[in-house]
Design a protein around this ligand. Structure first.
Ligand SMILES: O=C(O)CCC(=O)C(=O)O
Ligand SMILES: [Fe+2]
Length: 217
């Protein structure tokens, strides 16, 4: 929800990391929430991945285009069946967000946006500090927030610890990180339960969509 008549403009959180508050209006938020529900019913569904050390992620996740699990992409689901396709609407959204953040779309010869990961956070879920490092392409990651507000922690490329900045991401916000910020550590320490306008289509919890270019053939 925006509490002013005009949403604030882009905010540079770190060089290459741009927060676009209030980027998607309620109609577009509802449309994306509805699409997430549809994608969640496709083969693969939403899964809590097992981590290499044995724990499980608290976030439920689904993959479109390529299947991601800690820490690699595969062409097929673990069952051996095809990964649901990458929706063109998300490629359009990613290019639109990159243009809004940096003033120009990705260069014509750049690898295409071809992967989306959808994360669902219940009010207690969180995501530890990590880098998005399995992509071979350097195109910016475009991250969309829907539902409850979260605290998003955006750090540095060297360590999981300080310096970092905590930013509240609300339903309809877009966050783009590329260039010098592309491999920075980031995470979600907290969800603020009940913070969303129910008109966004999600009564409880938070959905996040990250759109990426894998650079994989
Ligand atoms: O939920 C978020 O805002 C971040 C998600 C994320 O970092 C990821 O999926 O790699
Ligand atoms: Fe990430």
């Amino acid at each position: 929800m925006t509490d002013s008549l005009f949403p604030p403009g882009p905010v540079t959180v770190a060089p290459g990391a741009i927060h676009l508050p209030g980027r998607l209006d309620l109609d577009r938020q509802r449309d994306l929430v509805e699409r997430c529900r549809t994608w969640a019913r496709l083969p693969g569904g939403m899964r809590r991945h097992r981590m290499p050390r044995g724990g499980r992620m608290s976030v439920r996740m689904l993959s479109l285009g390529w299947y991601w699990e800690p820490y690699r992409y595969t062409r097929t689901l673990p069952e051996g069946t095809p990964v649901p396709p990458f929706p063109a609407v998300l490629g359009d959204l990613a290019r639109e967000a990159v243009t809004a953040a940096f003033g120009a779309p990705p260069p014509a010869g750049a690898p295409p946006y071809d992967v989306a990961l959808v994360n669902f956070y219940d009010p207690t879920a969180r995501m530890g500090m990590h880098r998005d490092a399995e992509e071979r392409a350097d195109l910016p990651v475009v991250s969309i927030s829907l539902g409850d507000t979260c605290v998003f922690r955006f750090g540095n490329t060297e360590t999981r610890t300080r310096p970092y900045r905590d930013v509240e991401l609300r339903s309809g916000d877009v966050f783009v990180f590329g260039g010098p910020a592309r491999r920075a550590y980031h995470g979600v320490p907290r969800i603020l339960p009940g913070s969303a306008d129910p008109a966004c289509g999600l009564a409880s919890g938070r959905l996040n969509i990250t759109i990426r270019a894998s650079g994989l053939a």
